[in-house]
Design a protein around this ligand. Structure first.
Ligand code: PMP
Length: 441
């Protein structure tokens, strides 16, 4: 397949760069050089750019888009609701939507809605601090919980005092951060290491009220918890009066309607959902948890606010997403199979040109790494591999394959056989070019 050309897109992008910093809506330190491609049409797993080129969308809006583009049933449900009411504080959907979430998610006894993952994580931490009366939280290397000052980047000061500090060259480091906020609020530990957690909690339980983690570490490279780890974390949190928060912003609804927790068999005290919760085209997040913790909202002890919290169209989108998935009983298996075939084709293409390549993760969230062996700990997912993965992601765009940032790829309900063949027809040349350009593989 020849490389795509984007003259019209590039013209538009040059223009918007005058108005939008970098011509984009977000940035991390390792992005900035990629081709920016605006789209004006989507169907299923495909999107079309302003030059009429067709692309396979494995990016799925950072994993949020689980229903697929222009999913007719989903869109019809949203259109229907637009004729009812769009801008009120409460509508007729709260009860039904909450009941569905509570039915599916093991940790959900009560539900509060928000808009973004970042915001609901911060609110969940506030809630947990209030519940335990203890100010600090523990997070883990390679896990990402949004772009707030207190929770992004850094590295532990020392093994004995693992408070995170800013360091030169941190991809997630940022100028303008409130001084000392990382070390004042949190500790940063290696994940999958219950000894490290036990040591820290035994020494500092009086100041630590919260442990937060991705139950499957997608942001650290697609790593599963080792057997027994989550159970041990649960036990330690109970022993030391610490609230356990699972950040299921990626895994929620994508791995299962009950989230990763429903598969892993360990129930946190609070869970945060985002991204795929509302299907992928409307922003919705949720904090769900135990009644006695959520009671702090009822008692007005903890503030949770937001102008658009629980907006009707967002609730309609959550309900539509849940029902689409409920009515499509084998959807996770079907989507997962397509994605695994795509992953295998990538590995085969790399093998053909002698490039190291592994694909890991869970069936509906896969991640590739251009290295010989799977990433086994988030700390091992080093910046060199990340940069190589980003280069491949970038080059694939020129061949009509859209991966997500940092080499992730996601499925959607509308995925089919033709998506696999579309990928297979393009990936070999894209990988051969990546190999040629990099010269470092
Ligand atoms: N938690 C996780 C695990 C995430 O991956 C993300 C976003 N990538 C967030 C939280 C933040 O969500 P948002 O971008 O909606 O603020």
């Amino acid at each position: 397949m020849p490389k795509l050309k984007f003259p019209q897109s590039q013209k538009v992008v040059q223009q918007i760069k005058h108005y939008m910093p970098g011509g984009v809506h977000y940035n991390f330190r390792y992005s900035g050089k990629e081709t920016i491609i605006p789209f004006n049409k989507g169907k299923g797993s495909r999107v079309w750019d302003l030059d009429g080129n067709e692309h396979l969308d494995l990016f799925c809006k950072f994993g949020a888009l689980i229903v697929g583009h222009c999913n007719e049933e989903y869109n019809a449900r949203l259109n229907d609701y637009t004729t009812k009411v769009l801008s009120v504080d409460q509508c007729d959907l709260e009860g039904l939507v909450c009941e569905k979430i509570i039915h599916h998610v093991p940790s959900a006894e009560m539900v509060r809605f928000g808009l973004s993952g970042t915001e609901s994580i911060q609110n969940a931490i506030r809630l947990a601090r209030a519940y335990t009366g203890k100010p600090k939280f523990v997070r883990f290397q390679g896990h990402y919980h949004g772009n707030a000052d207190n929770i992004m980047g850094g590295k532990p000061l020392s093994a004995d005092y693992p408070a995170p500090v800013d360091y030169e060259g941190d991809f997630l480091g940022t100028d303008g951060r409130a001084p000392n906020i990382l070390q004042d609020q949190s500790f940063l530990l290696p994940w999958n290491d219950s000894v490290a957690l036990e040591k820290l909690l035994s020494e500092r339980a009086s100041e630590i009220g919260v442990v937060i983690m991705e139950p499957i570490c997608i942001n650290g490279g697609g790593i599963l918890p080792v057997p027994g780890y989550l159970e041990k974390v649960r036990e330690l949190c109970d022993r030391y009066n610490v609230v356990l928060i699972f950040d299921e912003v990626i895994t929620g609804f994508r791995v299962a309607l009950g989230g990763a927790q429903s598969q892993l068999g360990v129930t946190p005290d609070i869970t945060v959902f985002g991204k795929a919760l509302a299907g992928g085209s409307l922003p919705m997040s949720a904090i769900v948890g135990k009644k006695e913790i959520m009671q702090l909202y009822v008692d007005q002890k903890v503030i949770h606010a937001g102008t658009f919290n629980g907006y009707p169209l967002g609730l309609a989108a959550v309900l539509a997403t849940i029902e689409l998935i409920e009515n499509d009983v084998s959807c996770y298996e079907r989507m997962g199979n397509y994605l695994l075939q795509i992953g295998q084709s990538l590995v085969d293409a790399a093998k053909n040109v002698g490039m190291p390549m592994v694909v890991q993760g869970v069936p509906n969230v896969l991640i590739f790494h251009s290295q010989e062996t799977p990433v086994s700990s988030p700390g091992d997912y080093n910046d060199t591999t990340k940069l190589r993965d980003i280069l491949i992601t970038r080059i694939c765009k020129d061949y009509g394959i859209q991966f997500s940032k940092i080499s992730r790829f996601y499925s959607n309900l509308m995925m089919n056989d033709t998506d696999v063949s579309f990928f297979q027809e393009r990936i070999q040349e894209a990988i051969a070019e990546s190999q040629r350009i990099s010269g470092i593989f």
